[in-house]
Design a binder for this molecule. Structure first.
Ligand SMILES: [Zn+2]
Length: 364
């Protein structure tokens, strides 16, 4: 019984994906005599919490009702008043929760408050699933680092592009549509300057309905001009341009130009134009980027793999063969060995995506 209603909370929570981050996905259902009488979910960042939304949808007596919610109700004043106060005021007698709040500053406090008020609280129903649902939030809040999905689209012989710069799709339309769906769900899409120079991508959502993520471009050596397509979108979404402090100092007028077109510059320490990935991720996390979809190219893929900043991996493998081209990793031997190790120590699965095979797994 508990699990059935908790799964309904998950489905409701899922409706907020792409709109509530970096807040968690939360759904709530109110059950009376085994029947669901009200539902609610967290719809947008800063908006009404799921429990409040749910209780507003039911005006009757709550003394026999059970409230199901996939995350511990908040007990602190944030953008909205504490949900625990409302639950106590409305006279809820039983609450079933999937997982505690992963925020180390508040974890368990909501549950304690409810119990002190005499409410019967059950914790841990489908906890594993609940943690997976909110994996972006859990990572961001507990580690002050964004959750990273590394996405590689490669030919059957391991290339991610042509060396002569000619553009052609490697993967099927189904796979490209799936990547656009992911873009709409992640807080940011990240690429290196080489990818911007080679493909001039917009990094927006076009093959799916949803909002555009922030764009993050790593350019330690400050090679880009600001006239590339991705920068034009700085008018309607956040664009972060990460350069080394050294390169920024050497190009003061360029830095001024980037700022004038609305691009957010982040200057970081870096040797020979190689940015410290850890600093990049901390800076982005501090700017409320809780999840990142990394889309290329081979230098960026190698850095993320080597420095172990990958939480999840998706490799689209198409039946196309190039014979030669740009390899998926710049430091192929070491990166491939580490990737193999990651795959062996994690649960990986394969499925069809159009004419491609998609390998996915969460890194342990
Ligand atoms: Zn709340």
């Amino acid at each position: 019984m508990h699990e059935q209603f908790m799964r309904e909370c998950f489905q409701l929570a899922e409706k907020g994906r792409g709109y509530v981050s970096p807040n968690p996905l939360v759904g709530a259902v109110l059950v009376e005599e085994g029947r669901c009488v009200a539902r609610g979910f967290h719809k947008r960042f800063g908006g009404v919490h799921a429990e409040v939304h749910c209780l507003r949808n039911y005006t009757g007596d709550l003394s026999n009702a059970v409230l199901y919610v996939n995350l511990e109700p908040c007990s602190h004043h944030g953008k909205t008043p504490p949900c625990t106060d409302l639950l106590i005021q409305r006279g809820v007698r039983k609450v079933v929760i999937a997982m505690k709040d992963p925020n180390p500053l508040v974890t368990g406090k909501g549950i304690t408050q409810l119990r002190r008020a005499g409410i019967h609280v059950t914790v841990g129903v489908l906890e594993k699933e609940a943690r997976h649902l909110n994996r972006f939030f859990v990572k961001h809040i507990a580690n002050s680092l964004p959750y990273v999905l590394l996405k590689i689209a490669q030919t059957a012989d391991g290339f991610i592009g042509r060396k002569n710069g000619s553009l052609e799709y490697i993967t099927s339309p189904e796979s490209r549509r799936l990547v656009h769906k992911w873009r709409s769900e992640y807080d940011a899409v990240l690429v290196g300057a080489g990818t911007i120079q080679a493909d001039n991508p917009r990094l927006t959502v076009r093959l799916w309905t949803g909002r555009d993520p922030a764009a993050v471009i790593l350019d330690g050596k400050f090679r880009l001009t600001g006239r590339e397509r991705v920068f034009a979108s700085a008018r309607h979404r956040r664009v972060y341009f990460c350069v080394s402090k050294q390169a920024m100092k050497a190009r003061p007028s360029m830095a001024k130009y980037f700022k004038s077109i609305g691009v957010n510059l982040i200057a970081l320490a870096g040797r020979n134009g190689d940015l410290n990935l850890k600093s990049v991720l901390y800076e982005l996390s501090a700017r409320q980027i809780g999840s990142i979809l990394v889309e290329g190219g081979s230098n960026v893929f190698s850095s993320f793999i080597r420095q172990r900043y990958v939480d999840e991996l998706s490799v689209f493998c198409s039946p196309v063969v190039f014979g030669n081209g740009i390899p998926r990793f710049s430091e192929a031997d070491r990166s491939n060995a580490m990737l193999r190790e990651m795959i062996l120590s994690s649960g990986f699965s394969a499925r069809k995506s159009g004419t491609d095979i998609l390998f996915t797994g969460t890194i342990a």
